[in-house]
Design a protein around this ligand. Structure first.
Ligand SMILES: [Zn+2]
Length: 343
């Protein structure tokens, strides 16, 4: 994926998860403002240093440079630089309170635009598939808008951010760099997800893992299907009050988005093993036990009615009812892994 190196921090790059997490921070700051009665929906809001200090206190408690990795500080400071401030805390302190909520909303929107990147497609620019490239281009366009407004002596409009993002799809810089419209990106992501769901069902022979990924794809497909008619406009994506949970009114959304789902023991243990194997430390016994549990296979022989004899292998997590196909006559045979030999 195309990304940006963090200046003066060798080995650090801007990650899509950093953009995602920065939105969570922006949402939290807006939720605090909303609860204190200071939103951009109000005609008159009082300025007050105390309120802004509350926001800075929250910011520094969780996102000060000492607490987060360099890519987080880099991204937050990048947003501050749009308004010619050197740190995000200074942006909060110096931005007049009546404008602060709008400023946060637009930062939220820039991140939301960037994260609409679908998986790489053959027929589109690789730039379209990179949230980081999309963010940089969106910031360039947004700076252009700010310059235009400042030349006319105007402030940020109160137009909904979703409208700004929809207009952005037609911006010459966006088109020139091969970024696609939100409709096209959502449709493409949906197409890829439906494909992945089918492949998982037909090819993933580990019962518990297959059901887990089937569920994950079901959640993602439903969310994107629901978003198709509205493009960038999303209550959960860019909540009016900063709280993505306050607008959940649908029972299925509640089930899907409020984490009621608990993966099976098998799935939890796979992800724990994978994490430790790749990024942590495991002693030899644990490595062997994990590899045996996850990578051993069942092997068996089948004598088909066509008189062809063939062998098959299945992962150790295969469950009764899994099928294998005779390569001679294409008959499908139900197999019970318990009848097979583990190797
Ligand atoms: Zn056969």
């Amino acid at each position: 994926m195309l990304t940006l190196a963090v200046p003066k921090e060798p080995g650090w790059y801007l990650k899509p998860s950093t953009i995602l997490e920065s939105r969570a921070l922006i949402h939290s700051l807006r939720w605090i403002l909303y609860n204190l009665g200071h939103t951009s929906n109000l005609e008159v809001v009082r300025d007050g240093p105390d309120i802004k200090e509350e926001l800075v206190l929250f910011l520094n408690s969780f996102y000060s440079p000492e607490r987060v990795s360099p890519d987080y500080s880099f991204l937050l400071n990048l947003f501050a630089h749009i308004w010619e401030e050197n740190t995000f805390a200074n942006l909060i302190r110096r931005m007049p309170l009546p404008n602060l909520d709008s400023v946060l909303m637009f930062i939220d929107g820039l991140c939301w635009y960037s994260l609409q990147a679908p998986p790489p497609a053959d027929d589109s620019s690789p730039w379209n598939a990179s949230p980081v490239v999309r963010l940089v281009i969106a910031i360039k366009c947004f700076e252009g808008l700010l310059e235009e407004l400042s030349e006319k002596g105007k402030k940020l409009p109160r137009t909904p951010v979703a409208q700004f993002l929809t207009d952005l799809d037609q911006h010459p810089l966006v088109e020139k760099n091969g970024l696609l419209t939100v409709e096209r990106n959502l449709e493409y992501a949906l197409e890829k997800l439906r494909w992945a769901q089918e492949v998982n069902k037909s090819e993933n022979r580990h019962g518990a893992m297959m059901r887990h990924f089937d569920y994950i794809f079901e959640v993602q497909i439903r969310q994107i299907e629901n978003r198709l008619p509205d493009g960038y406009n999303s209550h959960q994506g860019m909540p009016q009050d900063g709280n993505p949970m306050s607008r959940i009114s649908d029972n299925k959304d509640a089930k899907h988005l409020l984490m009621e789902y608990i993966p099976s023991e098998d799935v939890v243990s796979w992800f724990a093993f994978r994490e430790k194997l790749l990024f942590g430390f495991l002693n030899r016994t644990d490595v062997e036990a994990g590899l045996r549990k996850w990578f051993s296979t069942y092997e068996g022989l089948i004598i088909c009615d066509c008189e062809h004899i063939f062998s098959f292998t299945l992962p150790s997590g295969a469950e009764p009812g899994v099928q294998v196909t005779c390569i001679n006559c294409s008959t499908r045979h139900d197999v019970d892994p318990r009848d097979a030999r583990i190797i």
